[in-house]
Design a protein around this ligand. Sequence first.
Ligand code: SF4
Length: 364
Amino acid sequence: MKHLSEYRDAGLVEGVLKEIRRTVTRPWTIMEICGGQTHSIVRSGLDQLLPEEIELVHGPGCPVCVTPIELIDKALAIASRPEVIFTSYGDMLRVPGSGRDLFSVRAAGGDVRVVYSPLDAVKLAAANPEKQVVFFAIGFETTAPPNAMSVVQANALGLRNYSVLVSHVRVPPAMHAILGSPHNRVQGFLAAGHVCAVMGYWEYPSIAEKYGVPIVVTGFEPLDIAQGILQVVRMLEGGEVAVGNAYARVVTEAGNKPAQELIGRVFENCDRKWRGIGVIPDSGWKLRPEFAEFDAEGRFDVAAITPQESPLCIAGEILQGLKKPLDCPAIGVQCTPEHPLGATMVSAEGACAAYYRYGRVPLE
Ligand code: SF4
């Protein structure tokens, strides 16, 4: 397949790995932001082929992982109501809140449906005027444009039975939080290519300068990731603080301007809690006041829900690059994909799930 199979070519990847081995002279810790990149790295074994000087740590860019548990409990409470059709992408259905998941709500008679786009949820609202249709609008900058479009479209159609349960998060404030921590270990970043396809990378030079770290926009195939690592290593070895683009076939510095304008029309910045990490200032989007009537949290009384995380789970430290999944004694024992205890095992994109799925967890 054009623009895919060549980026999985083992010979081409090995050529870049050789160049990395030639370039590196001392230890460096590099974080890949995105859970999709983490899975590609662990699945292909790329981390085990790198010279021992380079340690990859896994970032917080897994949208299901960082959705706060209280928001999942709010989704469960809303989805249980008899007047509600609750809609979501499929990967949220098995994410546990404090006791159950959306599958259990559906098994108990709740009307929970998987949709492939929030615009399908708008169509459901138009076709079911006697019902309240709610869409679970989670994710990073990548899912914000269609979610914003659904609100614009529902408003234009005069639908007052459509709302969104919003938990949007933004990458740049998370990078500030990681790099500004006194415990930070990250010396260079692989930025998430799909986020940058929407938002561009014009926000990154100020982050690179402020903390003295190189940042390279990187794709998702093994060759993309190897090329991103090579660019970061060259900058680190040369003492260069800059922003590079190793995903130029998809990403421009400006990004997708119409998508950014649509996001800005519907959402405004807010502080947001990240599961396992806590509140990061200015790291989320919420509906602007002119669209507040489409906010499911306001429409349904769910403000008082305050659940607790498992005390065994170290997902917060993993998401900040301070620890790795095998540092957790619960992995593969009390915590598995079937019975996840925390954020990074919950999602198919989570770092703990990647280690479990690709055989990195030692058998007892
Ligand atoms: S293995 Fe499970 S309990 Fe341990 S950090 Fe990962 S998600 Fe949390």
